[in-house]
Design a protein around this ligand. Structure first.
Ligand code: MG
Length: 354
């Protein structure tokens, strides 16, 4: 079986509300969807979700990147995933979202050809349900707390709280959130907002409120600062923007810069590099989280299959499908009852209206 044809489309996904984090505000998801067809008539679907201030990519740029790399993949077997990545890397450096869109479509096609759900294709035992957390963006502390109360009432047991609004506001928010959702497992994400000293002071406050993890407290480039915080913090430290590639993961391990690594398909370029990062982390004794950008059901399902395929993924921060309206492109989403995604198949198990 060979890849016969690759098509791509830019489909902006409207958001119910802008999502605010310390790096900026996201108003829409300009995602790129990919359709790969085999010479036997099978179709695989992929999605790229560029986030300019995290991955350095835009929607139109990602569409152009996919169109630039696609000809190198036509004629290849969809099972030749390593070779597909070598060809993409030779054509274009970086561009994780564009590579993820193609990587996902090839995985979907290969798993469909094998007649199995993606998670099983990736070596999992057929886990069909993945519990996710829900993120709370930056807002007034009272508004963040009422969001936490509402989410806990809906059945979410894990909440991810954005921070970096200013130390006093962050402290007020977490105090109110802990009171509003006393049983929730809380993770905090500062999205690079702090200095190492500031991060340590905040970590001590979070430790008293039983926060389970503190994500990317310092700038992405500052691995020395991240290692400093990790060596002294009473709360486990998670690397997100500091870890895009397997080589980044290796450097984080070497420096002892994190306790947990947040893997996102859009940072690393899809499922194959994500599995390589997870393997490095697991060998070093570090658990991982599967995170997301503003992704629809399609790439969220792909990530959930990956999370279900290996117990080293201890957290699934796969909530973005709830924030953006993908009804224009997603024809068959997954079943979802908070806080659990039900996975299907064959392949990713989500179909697009093309
Ligand atoms: Mg993060």
């Amino acid at each position: 079986m060979r890849i016969a044809r690759i098509d791509a489309r830019l489909v902006p996904l409207p958001m119910a509300e802008p999502f605010v984090i310390s790096l900026g505000t996201i108003y829409s998801a300009d995602n790129v969807f990919v359709r790969v067809e085999s010479d036997t008539g099978l179709v695989g679907w992929g999605e790229g979700a560029p986030t300019p201030f995290v991955t350095g990519e835009t929607g139109t740029g990602t569409l152009a990147a996919v169109e630039m790399m696609a000809p190198a993949l036509v004629g290849l077997s969809p099972f030749a995933l390593g070779e597909a990545h070598r060809r993409m890397d030779r054509a274009l450096t970086g561009c994780g979202s564009a590579k993820a869109a193609l990587d996902l479509a090839l995985h979907d096609l290969a798993a469909k050809a094998a007649g199995v759900p993606l998670g099983e294709f990736l070596g999992g035992g057929g886990g069909e349900a993945v519990e996710i957390d829900m993120s709370i963006g930056l807002a007034e502390p009272e508004a963040m707390a009422s969001a936490a109360r509402e989410l806990a009432a809906q059945g979410y047991r894990e909440l991810k709280i954005k921070a970096g609004a200013g130390d006093a506001a962050d402290r007020a928010a977490i105090d109110l959130i802990r009171a509003a959702a006393p049983d929730a497992r809380l993770k905090v994400d500062a999205n690079q907002a702090w200095t190492p000293a500031q991060a340590l002071a905040m970590a001590r406050h979070y430790a008293a409120l039983d926060v389970a993890a503190l994500e990317q407290p310092v700038p992405a480039w500052d691995l020395e600062g991240l290692a400093f915080v990790r060596s002294r913090s009473p709360v486990p430290i998670m690397a997100d923007e500091s870890c895009f590639t397997p080589a980044d993961a290796q450097e984080i391990v070497r420096r002892g810069a994190a306790d947990v690594i947040n893997i996102k398909l859009m940072k690393c370029g899809g499922l194959l590099p994500a599995r390589r990062i997870n393997a490095i982390a697991r060998a070093a004794g570090l658990p991982t989280m599967l995170g997301c950008m503003l992704e629809s059901h399609l790439s969220i399902a792909a990530a959930a299959h990956l999370a279900a395929s290996d117990p080293n993924f201890i957290y699934a921060d796969l909530d973005s499908f709830a924030d953006c309206d993908a009804t224009a492109i997603v024809a068959r989403p997954f079943a979802f009852e908070p806080p659990t995604i039900q996975l299907g198949g064959p392949g990713i198990g989500v179909d697009l209206a093309w």
